[in-house]
Design a protein around this ligand. Structure first.
Ligand SMILES: Cc1cc2nc3c(=O)[nH]c(=O)nc-3n(C[C@H](O)[C@H](O)[C@H](O)COP(=O)(O)OP(=O)(O)OC[C@H]3O[C@@H](n4cnc5c(N)ncnc54)[C@H](O)[C@@H]3O)c2cc1C
Length: 489
């Protein structure tokens, strides 16, 4: 049997240590053996281990096969519902060349590709059974240019890396509400956060991205270079390639914001109050109610308030919230933005069972309020609003691939727990609640929903044909299909 030695994989580090030349990262494989995998359309494939060894040799990062020590850790994604998935291999990239080599390897063999940044895809799109996981999680360096007011982040960065680097200079760009979420999926889908009504979505602050396309080319996209691709990256998700770098606009920012958490009685009075408040309050304010069980098990409205402007102005603008008769507890005052950006990191930690459906509301109507009163009142699953509008609505729907510029709110219904035995019941409860809300909502955030192709078309509205044309240009064989997929035309 032919044998070949290669470096960088972890399978046989112990064996490698006995071989001259490659040190502890060298290993031996039987180049004649075959590795089972899955093609883009789900057919079974056999890949020569010699080809895998060549890929491993080409990397500055590491390649893990299923039998390798470290594989189980390397393949992990955030949602515990998908922890049983078994990619045929994980390529843990540490350089742009690694990404290019992995993409070329996959395309040449028609291998099913998943791309992992933070691994937070709710429907588990960053993993697969039998595919190649291209894992960017080790590529997370972030630099701030204080003169240009820009931040450059590697394509595998987490939102916490960006928040930390920006706030160290009293600056910020819009990131999301949990710091271990990946910047990759978050940004390419749109990117909502506590500052978006003031600063715009993440895509509205994106100045450039560097992308490895399906044919292995490295392409820069900005308003001045490959502007068509730049348009598609801002909302079109991972459909057009793998982003190895993002450049964001920074805004001067006081890392001490004004706000807090207020608990209200959950009733029609509160929902009517919020229906008025969310649409009239200044763009500095981000006000997000969560409908969750209170201390006595009865549903309450737990409202998170962040004012990212002058504190005295915030105190005045938000005074009606403290005067509302349904207020049970809580107060407003100055606090570090970092505290709120990491407050639910543990609650929404890795490995639990999660299921979520969400949709946009252009208006919180009396009919929608009726549904929330009925279903959130049951206390079976949690639901919440993400406050949009403000700067997120001041961009034309056709200016970026993300088109939901009229949305005033995003409404999410989520189950999370530790016990998989509860999944069926809780998923059914989320779906029932969502079905009742659906007539009062319009379109959905592709970063939070798993929906069928027809709905994905409708969801992009008039931007869809342009996205298909881009897909035809940058990924005609649909190599990048584990996402809210835009099929080539
Ligand atoms: C706990 C939690 C909190 C969240 N909070 C917010 C929030 O506040 N605001 C908000 O807008 N969204 C939020 N989301 C949704 C979030 O934006 C999506 O789940 C997003 O996909 C996460 O990105 P990721 O890189 O971690 O995902 P991954 O699972 O790593 O990737 C998901 C998909 O994104 C694509 N992708 C990822 N990285 C790249 C890249 N570098 N290049 C090309 N494609 C890539 C791939 O198609 C991949 O399948 C949250 C999700 C979770 C689980």
């Amino acid at each position: 049997m032919r044998r070949r030695t290669f470096c960088k994989s972890t399978v046989a580090a112990a064996v490698a240590a006995t071989l001259p030349g490659c040190g502890a990262e060298e290993q031996q494989v039987d180049v004649g053996s075959l590795i089972s995998a899955i093609s883009t359309d789900g057919a079974e494939l056999s890949i020569e281990s010699g080809a895998v060894s060549e890929l491993a040799e080409s990397l500055t990062g590491r390649l893990y096969l299923q039998s390798d020590e470290g594989y189980d850790t390397a393949k992990q994604v955030w949602n515990g519902m998908f922890e049983q998935k078994q990619p045929a291999m994980v390529v843990q990239c540490t350089s742009t060349d690694d990404v290019i080599n992995a993409v070329n390897f996959a395309r040449e063999r028609d291998l099913l590709v998943s791309v992992k940044c933070g691994g937070h895809s709710l429907p588990g799109k960053s993993t697969s059974d039998g595919g190649i996981m291209i894992d960017l999680s080790q590529m997370h360096s972030v630099d701030v240019d204080t003169d240009a007011l820009t931040l450059r982040a590697d394509g595998g960065s987490l939102l916490g890396h960006i928040d930390g680097a920006a706030s160290a200079h009293n600056m910020m760009t819009t990131t999301g509400i949990v710091s271990h979420t990946g910047a990759g999926g978050f940004t390419l889908g749109g990117g909502f956060g506590r500052t978006d009504r003031k600063m715009g979505l993440a895509i509205d602050n994106l100045l450039a991205a560097t992308v490895v396309t399906a044919n292995g080319d490295l392409v820069r996209a900005s308003e001045d270079e490959n502007a068509d691709l730049f348009w598609g990256l801002r909302g079109g998700g991972g459909n057009f390639g793998i982003a190895t770098e993002f450049v964001y606009r920074l805004h001067p920012f006081n890392p001490i914001v004004y706000g807090g958490t207020l608990i209200y009685r959950f009733d029609k009075d509160f929902l009517d109050f919020y229906a008025e408040l969310h649409s009239t309050v200044s763009d500095e304010a981000n006000i997000e109610p969560n409908f969750v069980p209170g201390e006595d098990g009865e549903t309450v409205a737990m409202v998170e308030v962040v004012w990212c402007g002058d504190h005295a102005a915030g105190e005045k603008a938000l005074a009606p919230m403290l005067a509302h008769p349904g207020l049970i507890s809580g107060t407003l005052g100055p606090f570090p933005y970092h505290d709120i950006q990491t407050a639910v990191d543990g609650l929404l930690g890795h490995g639990k069972q999660y299921y979520l459906k969400s949709s946009f509301l252009n208006e919180l109507t009396p009919e929608a309020i009726e549904v929330i009163l009925e279903f959130a009142g049951r206390g079976t699953v949690g639901s919440w609003f993400q406050h949009l509008g403000g700067a997120t609505s001041k961009v034309a729907a056709s200016a970026t691939a993300y088109s939901h510029r009229d949305a005033a709110l995003n409404f999410g219904i989520m189950y999370f727990g530790e016990d998989p035995a509860q999944n069926d019941t809780k998923i059914a409860a989320v779906r029932e609640y969502y079905k009742a809300m659906e007539p009062h909502m319009a379109g959905f955030y592709t970063n939070l929903n798993d929906d069928d192709e027809k709905k994905t078309w409708g969801n992009y509205g008039e931007n869809y044909p342009r996205l298909v044309a881009l897909k035809n240009k940058y990924d005609p064989e649909n190599l990048f299909r584990l996402n809210a997929n835009i099929k080539p035309g």
